[in-house]
Design a protein around this ligand. Sequence first.
Ligand code: HEC
Ligand code: HEC
Length: 274
Amino acid sequence: MIGKVTTTIHLAAVLSLGIIGMASQVSAQETPGAPDGYPPGPLGEVVRLGEAIVYDTSEHPLSKAYVGNKLNCTSCHLEGGTDPQAGSFLGTASAYPAWSPREKRAITLEDRVLNCFMRSQNGTRPPVGSEVSVAITTYITWLSSGSKIQMNHEKSLGPRHIRELKVDWKQASAERGKLLYKTHCLDCHGQDGEGTADGPPVWGNDSYNDGAGLSRVDKLGSWLKVAMPLGDPILTDQESADIAAYVNSHERPHFKLEEHLPKPERLGEYNGQR
Ligand code: HEC
Ligand code: HEC
């Protein structure tokens, strides 16, 4: 009898240990890819609307007014966020609400979306609960179908967030980066980073502001490694760091929070019909 109880306890202990061990390792590999189909009915239409907005953020009638540059969400979140590494949205919703050290509070996925409007899009934060905000958040949540909820208690980042390169960022050389930019980037992004028909602006007034994630050399370098040159990311770690230092050595809009928040009464909005 006693022996049986002990066995059961052992088994339970082993099982729970196993589960804990697995949980701490839930990683990008275990995050499912994009779902096969849209949800049926009106919810599916909202997902499609969100998808259309992330591809066309600076022009779409619902988002245009909130964007202050020539970028779209998909300029950085490649393939509509379905690229597994370059700003992936796969599994992202499973990390939220997440702790945000910057805001010093727990933020929802919607908050996270709205922050990219203020910084990466150099625009104004759309009201919480507004059609544009909910559509994008619905699209990203749909891309996380099948992922196990695992809130991030350290950072507001999902399971496939950009992996930071292990390089000495202080040694990144804008001078070396300048030459590399000519070889690998200039054709698509232009001599003065102003963008061309083949690639959006990478510095100046029409690019992300200095409060955006990519304005940090380590973040940009790590993203470049898996994202650029588009379709053929062949840079070494050091080249990615050097080019990032060069790109971010140029002027871009300066971020001041007050300039990116809507009027207080527009910060939040009832999300439904009256
Ligand atoms: C200039 C590039 C850029 C643009 C444009 C941009 N983002 Fe981001 N976004 C980033 C970076 C960089 C991160 C941090 C990602 C990381 O560290 O893995 C991020 C993070 C996010 C996250 C959190 C991802 C996670 O893993 O938890 C969401 C959600 C998000 N962005 C949504 C959007 C939406 C929606 C738009 C368009 C309205 C947008 N972003 C536009 C660069 C951009
Ligand atoms: C073949 C053309 C092409 C080449 C070469 C290329 N890019 Fe891009 N790049 C793009 C396109 C297109 C996008 C937007 C992605 C999308 O819309 O799918 C982009 C997006 C970006 C972005 C994020 C959005 C923005 O404009 O800030 C940065 C930063 C960037 N590229 C930097 C570089 C750097 C640095 C290089 C050289 C290592 C490079 N790219 C090479 C076409 C290119």
